[in-house]
Design a binder for this molecule. Structure first.
Ligand code: 0X9
Ligand code: CA
Ligand code: ZN
Length: 410
């Protein structure tokens, strides 16, 4: 007994001490990326003598990597212009309690794995690159093999806003679910996959996503990572689309969370979506996942007026009400939430006649549900309630007006 106890105790202590020493190790050994003042070789030598490694030289500064001890020396010498560590950190990930969410490299791998599991019926492409150079992944599912056969197209997107991680993992999980059901022989799924082209861009704003999780605490970041002319960061990608751009509910202040950017589609991320949508010749359905508030929104968002085409308006309302039955979300015109211009859906409908919806996923409110950070426990239920709307939208991609022929609850 004594023996077992002491073995147990020493194991326990080993784990604890090991944990502490690992923690101490990671603190002292962590690499910092620093922008340092240095305009001649004398100053650069002084920096090098601290032990820091100079990676890049410019006329009045250098970029160097340093461990904590070296960083402290450089700080005392008054040479640190900026700590770039979190911006350059490539592989940060979610806090362990939220590990079900995908960071950028996990997302990349998940999409690559899915494509290699289903090479015949899927494609993985880049829609373009983010401002920091990350690929904006676009995944396509298409059972029909004849490339000349044009099929009705639907596009699902997530992650316009950095902190809305649930809006990335929900479409990713729906995609996985779809392919798993196809493989299992689910008749309804097989028929849809064979008769439609399903496009998915789960992370429109990969730089923001990574920045939001680049330290061990969420940053509540929303925008992309454009360096603005005044030294602030970020444009709100959902204010940067080019239909009614800058006509209300967006800001000209670069520091604002709803900064509209310098011109419509000034950002590589929104530009990439524009190009991608415009490359799809038969797209009639678009869904942009956001969080949170449990809403189903349809155009206009930049005007209080209804869209002028009556039949289209009735179709939007009918579709939103139908999808509300499955999700429990509240259907409404975007502008009822608040007027905001330059969003994805006003552009997609206004410019291209696409039936474009914004879903504000769960939770319904900040206080009981955790707001933008509801925890990964919520994923299963959010995906479950969003499965029928997903299939419904894919089904209607040939002609959304058909929604008017069904009873609600189709
Ligand atoms: O403000 C947004 O971009 C969306 N809400 S969020 O909390 N995810 O940021 C809503 C966009 C809806 N569109 C308009 N109201 N125009
Ligand atoms: Ca958790
Ligand atoms: Zn959002």
């Amino acid at each position: 007994m004594k023996n077992t106890l002491s073995i147990f105790l020493s194991c326990f202590l080993f784990v604890v001490f090991n944990g502490i020493s690992q923690l101490a190790q990671t603190e002292t050994q962590r690499t910092y990326v620093l922008k340092l003042k240095a305009s001649d070789s004398f100053q650069r030598t002084m920096i090098a003598n601290t032990g820091a490694a100079i990676d890049f030289i410019n006329s009045d500064y250098v970029i160097a990597t340093a461990v904590l001890e070296e960083k402290n020396k450089l700080e005392k010498m008054g040479l640190i212009l900026e700590d770039l560590t979190s911006r350059t950190m490539q592989s940060m990930t979610f806090p362990s309690e939220d590990s079900e969410y995908h960071d950028y490299s996990e997302l990349t791998k998940a999409l690559q794995d899915l494509h290699s599991e289903f090479p015949q019926i899927t494609e993985l492409k880049s829609a373009g690159r983010s401002i920091e150079g990350r690929e904006i992944w676009a995944f396509m599912v298409r059972g029909e093999q004849d490339p000349n056969k044009e099929l009705p197209q639907a596009l699902f997107m997530g992650g316009h806003h950095a902190r809305e991680h649930l809006s990335v993992d929900t479409p990713l999980r729906l995609l996985k679910w779809l392919l798993a059901e196809y493989k299992k022989g689910n008749r309804k799924v097989i028929d849809l996959v064979n008769s439609r082209e399903i496009h998915m861009i789960p992370a429109v704003n990969p730089d923001g996503l990574e920045y939001d999780i680049s330290t061990n605490k969420y940053k509540m970041w929303r925008k992309n990572r454009k360096q603005n002319h005044d030294g602030t960061y970020g444009v709100d990608l959902n204010r940067n689309y080019g239909f009614g751009w800058g006509t209300g509910g967006s800001s000209k202040n670069p520091n604002s969370d709803t900064y509209m950017g310098t011109s419509p589609f000034s950002e590589p991320e929104s530009k990439a979506i524009k190009n991608y949508v415009e490359s799809l010749k038969k797209i009639k359905i678009l869904l942009s996942y956001h969080t949170f508030s449990s809403l189903i929104l349809y155009p206009w968002g930049h005007l209080d007026n209804k869209i002028p085409n009556q039949k289209d308006h009735q179709t939007f309302v009918k579709m939103a009400e139908t999808m509300a039955q499955w999700t429990g979300y509240t259907p409404q015109q975007s502008a009822e939430l608040y007027i905001a211009s330059g969003d994805t859906c006003d552009w997609a409908y206004g410019e291209h006649g696409i039936f474009a919806f914004t879903f504000e996923l769960d939770p319904r409110d900040q206080w009981s549900g955790g707001g933008f950070y509801p925890g990964d426990e919520i994923l299963d239920s959010v995906v479950a309630k969003n499965t029928e709307p997903f299939l419904y939208l894919i089904g209607l991609a040939d002609n959304p007006h058909r929604a008017l022929d069904f009873g609600i609850g189709f």
